[in-house]
Ligand binder design. Sequence first.
Ligand SMILES: [Zn+2]
Length: 97
Amino acid sequence: MEPKGQQLVHCPSCGFNGVRRRESVLLQIFGALTLAGIIIPVIGWMVLFPIGVIGFLPAGVYEYLISKKTRMVCTQCKHKFVISTELYKTLKKHLKN
Ligand SMILES: [Zn+2]
């Protein structure tokens, strides 16, 4: 029998198998800046938006293309941990099926 996706990754702290991906803090900050830049007139458009986009792009490229690690968080105890992107892809594939 094929192993189910949820059985591939366990929380290292409590052993629970409900885990989800956690976005990087940098991406969240730059994403928020970009969003604020769209909403806030003038200063937002001239300052926040460019900073957000300029920061978001390299952070996103690093996160999704260069980094071989994927940040995960346990949905039970909120323990944060890291797995290899390879394992994450396998996990995602199993979760879809
Ligand atoms: Zn846990």
